[in-house]
Write a protein that binds this ligand. Structure first.
Ligand code: GDP
Ligand code: FO1
Ligand code: CA
Length: 321
């Protein structure tokens, strides 16, 4: 079986980790291949280094190196380099760069500088984290530079700031007028992305941020069409429970694009491609014109790997019809 998931960072990574756990624990499913198409719109260059937060969160989570409580960054991290940078007054200081995490950014930047593509770099990084052995292929959505920006009020005028500045520095508290994704309209899907959707037996939309994670992947020209046209069932899991994101600021993102902050509102963003949608019992009244809705039999919370695995297993059952 070939399973393809479109993913952001923490929500996507925890879901795919649970999916892999479920597959490996189920007779006959261990051989299944999982391909993850990762959002790269969060990427940012800091101190000359290319940082790719959602790709790194996937690598660390699936590879067993993530800071579990935080959900991103490396376990047992230190911040000595950042302290030195601060001593020089180097900016920005609102973005945490741990020492171990910096190793990833340094080697990524070196390989990119040597002419490797983001896909090739990601494959090398994934090798270190043991993803191929776990039958997980991690693909960036595109090899072209794409950066999500957020348009906010700047006095009488508007200004676009990098997504990370809006999300991390301002905690998404500045009302977003709209998202502008630099480079997205000219981006080509990375090698293997369209094939992974077209040739899949199941396509899963994890409970990732629908606007700035899944929405960006779907915005790469050709990807949305591939999901519409694939013979594989497309099944999604709601990132919202009772209208609230489990973590992060998806509510502020939905508000910015005028979409209801609800499980139904999120599913509406996928209306043209979704076959089934998994919600929490609190959202059992969700109805969708074009997709089946199923209610998970326990809280839709990925509280540990096993719970995430049960959510993924439910999504796979929905794919069977
Ligand atoms: P990010 O890139 O780190 O923001 O991660 P994603 O975009 O992949 O996922 C973020 C979304 O995951 C948020 O909107 C959360 O509400 C959702 N999420 C995180 N943990 C859970 C969970 O345990 N259950 C559900 N249903 N959604 C979750
Ligand atoms: N999130 C934060 O809230 N604060 C940070 O300082 C921060 C640093 C950071 C560094 C590397 C990395 O891979 C992720 C990091 N994140 C941080 C998480 C991440 O930037 C955001 O949660 C996502 O991009 C939003 O989806
Ligand atoms: Ca993200």
């Amino acid at each position: 079986m070939r399973i393809t998931a479109l993913a952001g960072g923490v929500g996507g990574a925890r879901f795919v980790r649970g999916l892999r756990h479920h597959l490996d624990a189920t007779p006959g499913l261990g051989e299944a291949e999982v391909t993850v198409v990762a959002n790269t719109g969060d990427d940012i260059t800091l101190f000359g280094l290319r940082v790719s937060p959602d790709v790194d969160t996937l690598l660390y989570t699936l590879g067993g190196g993530v800071e579990e409580q935080q959900g991103w960054g490396r376990a047992e991290e230190t911040h000595r380099v950042q302290a030195e940078l601060a001593a020089y007054g180097a900016l920005p200081q609102w973005f945490t760069l741990g020492d171990r995490d910096l190793g990833t950014h340094i080697i990524r930047s070196q390989w990119l500088g040597q002419g490797l593509t983001p896909s090739q770099v990601t494959a090398r990084l994934a090798g270190r984290w043991g993803l191929p052995e776990r039958r997980i292929t991690l693909l960036p959505m595109t090899d072209d530079p794409v950066e999500t920006h957020v348009v906010v009020a700047d006095g009488e005028r508007e200004a676009a700031i990098h997504f990370q500045e809006w999300w991390v520095r301002h905690g998404a508290s500045l009302p977003a007028h709209r998202f502008v994704v630099a480079g997205l309209d000219r981006a080509a899907p990375a090698p293997g992305v369209l094939e992974a959707v077209r040739d899949a037996d199941v396509v899963l939309l994890p409970p990732s941020n629908p606007v700035v994670s899944v929405g960006i992947v779907l915005g790469v020209p050709g990807v949305r069409e591939a999901l519409r046209e694939t013979a594989a069932p497309v099944v999604g899991v709601s990132p919202l429970i009772s209208g609230r994101p489990v973590r992060g600021h998806a509510d502020a993102c939905l508000r910015a694009i005028g979409v209801p902050e609800s499980a139904a509102g999120v599913a509406g963003l996928y209306e043209d491609l979704l076959d089934a949608w998994l919600v929490d019992a609190a959202d059992a009244d969700t109805t969708l014109p074009r997709a089946r809705v199923a209610v998970h039999d326990e809280p839709l919370l990925m509280s540990d790997v096993a719970a995430a695995g049960r959510i993924a297993a439910h999504a796979l059952r929905l794919a069977e019809g």
